[in-house]
Design a protein around this ligand. Sequence first.
Ligand code: LLP
Length: 421
Amino acid sequence: MDHFLYRDGVLHAEDVAISDIATEVGAPFYVYSSATLTRHFRLFDDALDWTDHLVCYAMKANSNQAVLKLLGDLGAGMDVVSGGEYMRAKAAGIPGERIVFSGVGKTRAEMRLALEGGIRQFNVESEPEMHALSEVASSMGAVAPITIRVNPDVDAKTHEKIATGKSENKFGIPISRAKEVYAEAAALPGLEVIGIDVHIGSQLTQLEPFGQAFDKVAELTGVLRAEGHDIRRLDLGGGLGIPYERSNDAPPLPQEFGQLVREKVGHLGCEIEIEPGRLIAGNAGLLVSEVIYIKQGEDRQFMIIDAAMNDLIRPAMYGAYHEIIPVVEPEAGAEQVKYDIVGPVCESGDTFAKQRVMPPVEAGALVAFRSAGAYGAVMASEYNSRPLIPEVLVHEDQFAVIRARPTFDEMINRDTIPSWL
Ligand code: LLP
């Protein structure tokens, strides 16, 4: 459920008309609903209320400071994957003890940064990384709490670019070698082994692969405890999918996910962490764009809009589907036409949808992409020298620009011309 509904013939974000935001901010822009972000965080938090837990929002999905502050105030922890994300989380007021550090390529500088600023745990993904962290922590006289991310070799049944739990993926250590690697970790100075981490992929629309992975983690917990490791925390990753296409079957709900966790690992008495990103932010955001031209091609109509692949890369990169709707509510029973919906960037890959059936719109109309709150703004670039588009946060009847659109000068002045030119 989200908080983007037609009211009085116009799409609203909570109590604010999208057209009013467009008048003030100018298209294209991202807009997020505080109520939806709050609701989605609470769904996960409630789904785990049967045990000691922390929902660590995977901030790669949407790392705007305002979004982080909102979630942090609700009690969220953060899952970070770079020094930049760590600094963003700290800047938004998230205490180190609520930040977990994931990722296959943490540098020594990033490790130092997190150890200095405080960290809940590192999710270690390889033996070389484990040795590096041991060295860094020891040199600082610190002890780094760690879990080791295991790769359970489970098919997440999602897009190949976002599946992470198969043995051919770069993530984690093979679960078959876990016993050996944990023994090595326990013997290294500067590390304290506290648990196990697993994350098998993103946009999972079935519970079954999670179940398979959690079974393997439960079994491993027993094996490692028998070896003398004090396994007291399980980080079960993120990955629960969202309904991009309303006509498709809805993916499982956080409550069902929470029940599965309870069923599979509840008996172990571990503290549970999860790292959802998409389900918290995805349906909490729209990308709003203005139609520049309707162009008649040989055999099709192109809707050329002022947003492009640089603003929302998901359709070009993953063939992802986003529902695209007019901001002015179509009349009931309005005719349906077909458009190829494209942006102004100079490549054919800049196509959001082909032969999309929707009510007719005219140049100057606003359209909204649903489910654009996760992996939208964060993946944007300035390709074709298109300045990053603004982000807006709505709270009931108020809205605020939470990232302003840079001017052309601001964009250009980030470059420097060397003295010899
Ligand atoms: N934890 C780890 C270690 C991850 O790698 C990810 C996502 C998450 C948690 C959060 O997964 P989520 O709950 O959001 O599914 N750009 C792609 C998605 C990439 C996901 C990367 N890792 C997209 O637009 O679909």
